[in-house]
Write a protein that binds this ligand. Structure first.
Ligand code: FAD
Length: 481
């Protein structure tokens, strides 16, 4: 039997493991089955957001139907930890006489250990009895270029993004990858298994939030196509303006693997071949973002310390952070008195997603205005984001904290008011999320209390919880040690 163990690759199109399993099943005259294992406790320990968990559940149910249409059953199991999931899969392989187990690589430490453990269990079974040997076939489908394939001349990984990107593009242009088609219906597949066991109920407010996102693979592909036809040309100019809604909002689907980065690449090459490899076009800049995604995953694969919460730059490992929970809570709840920060945090809390420029603004504010440990912010993001992805999230936080690979220098400190003025000049985004500021004139929207004082009006909005100028000086001192 051929087995596909689904994890962060919840799709039927462009899935190397699925295509290989189908080809092998036809060649060896075997059946095909897929499995998915919920490990809610493990994910909660890893701070997975309720909304991401809800999207996974919805997506797994939908995938079960999509695979059933191909006559491939998807068996769902439920346990607590990764260790138990590997044990269950190994047991399944033995009892069902699986000859090949197809998986897609993950790169974080716990996930890597899970897969090593599975390999060890299968080796033990094989050593005990040759008839029970099951080979793992692992693919790098969550990336366009696997870790280890884009390295410096001396074989060492790139630590800096721009040379990584140049080398990545050089290699890609010589060897554009093809996407796999969705497999045909497997009419000969005789396997049947028990129906889906849906283990947890999703809170009703999370179900409400989930309405903004789809669990249907075809819808995601159409979203990619629509973005590439209608919005991508504006991406270079407008991507930093949250009100413009001109980014793809595909991040949850990359995170769950409903969409592969190769599909995204092939779509932009198909639609915009002339512009893709040029830095200043919409398609070129969008591809750059996909390369950032690859950069962080490569680094996570190379440096297990990244998965242990360590600061990449060792000199910043032990900064004396502010541990005042009330200040942190004000940030979490969008009550800091800085309109762009508050609107952004409320977007995160309401939608489970935040625009990239805003992620940078609020992260910088937490670290360099409130002097709170970037790890607290990193955890809070993971607890709220529908697209929570360890490598991208840690990479983003360590970039803002100036502690990561190729990070912003520590003395680069965003002024939250100026950032608001630049990227939400008229305050239209702010007013979407901070209704208490709806009557503040455009000119004053970033300094509502100055307006209130000058014109003697009352506003029900917190005063700024920090003085940016002072905070800046404290940051410089903290980083200088
Ligand atoms: P687009 O602008 O349409 O970009 C296309 C895709 O490229 C995204 O869907 C994403 O997969 C990838 N991408 C874009 N920017 C980045 C980036 N800077 N780093 C890595 N990948 C990128 N992204 C996540 O997917 N998960 C996270 O948990 C996450 N946490 C972040 C935390 C911080 C502090 C910061 C500054 C950034 C974080 N990002 C994270 C990166 C980025 O903000 C989001 O990927 C992006 O906002 C998603 O929106 P989009 O799909 O419309 O992006």
């Amino acid at each position: 039997m051929q087995l596909i163990w689904y994890r962060n690759d919840l799709r039927t199109y462009d899935h190397t493991g699925l295509s290989q399993a189908v080809a092998k099943a036809n060649e060896l005259k075997q059946g095909i089955v897929a499995v998915f294992v919920f490990t809610q406790k493990q994910w909660q320990q890893q701070q997975m957001a309720e909304i991401k968990l809800a999207l996974i559940k919805a997506r797994v149910m939908r995938l079960q139907q999509e695979l059933a249409d191909l006559n491939i059953p998807l068996v769902v199991h439920n346990c607590d930890t990764y260790q138990q999931s590997a044990e269950w899969v190994a047991d399944f392989c033995q009892t069902q006489q699986v000859s090949h187990c197809h998986i897609t690589h993950d790169y974080e430490l716990n996930e890597t250990k899970r897969d090593e453990y599975l390999a060890q269990l299968l080796t033990n079974t094989c050593n005990a009895s040759i008839q029970n040997c099951c080979e793992i076939i692992a693919n790098h489908d969550n990336l366009i270029m696997p870790p280890g394939s884009v390295v410096k001349n001396d074989g060492e990984p790139y630590q800096v993004f721009t040379p990584f990107k140049k080398q990545w593009l050089r290699q890609l242009q010589n060897n554009l990858p093809n996407s796999h088609a969705k497999p045909k219906v497997q009419t000969d597949n005789q396997l049947t298994f028990d129906r889906f066991y849906y283990p947890y109920s999703v809170p009703s407010e999370t179900l409400d939030q989930l309405k903004c996102w789809t669990d249907i693979e075809d819808d995601v592909i159409n979203q990619l196509r629509g973005f590439c036809r209608e919005q991508i040309q504006d991406y270079a100019d407008k991507r930093d303006f949250p009100i413009a809604k001109c980014t793809s909002r595909l991040s949850p689907y990359f995170a769950l693997g409903v969409l592969s980065p190769r599909q995204a690449l092939n779509r932009i090459v198909l639609e915009h071949q002339e512009q893709v490899f040029s830095n200043d076009t919409g398609p070129g800049v969008w591809l750059s973002e996909l390369i950032w995604r690859e950069f962080y995953k490569h680094l996570t694969a190379y440096y297990p310390d990244i998965s242990k919460g360590k600061s990449v730059k060792a000199q910043y490992q032990n900064i004396q952070w502010n541990t005042d929970r009330t200040v942190f809570d004000a940030w979490c709840n969008g009550q800091t008195g800085f309109p762009i920060v508050d609107a952004a945090m409320r977007q995160l809390n309401e939608l489970g997603w935040m625009h990239n420029r805003l992620r940078m603004i609020v992260a910088s504010f937490l670290i360099k205005d409130l002097h709170i440990n970037w790890r607290w912010g990193e955890d809070y993001f993971m607890q709220k984001l529908i697209d929570g992805d360890y490598a991208a999230n840690n990479g983003g936080w360590q970039w803002c904290a100036s502690t990561g690979h190729d990070a912003a220098p520590y003395f680069r400190i965003f002024n939250p008011t100026t950032q608001g003025e630049r990227f939400d000049a008229k305050g239209a985004f702010i007013k979407m999320y901070c209704p208490e500021l709806k009557d503040i004139p455009e000119k004053w929207i970033h300094k509502p209390h100055e307006y209130a004082e000058k014109y003697r009006v009352a506003i029900d909005y917190p005063k700024p919880i920090v003085d940016h100028k002072n905070a800046r000086e404290i940051t410089l001192a903290l980083y200088k040690g």
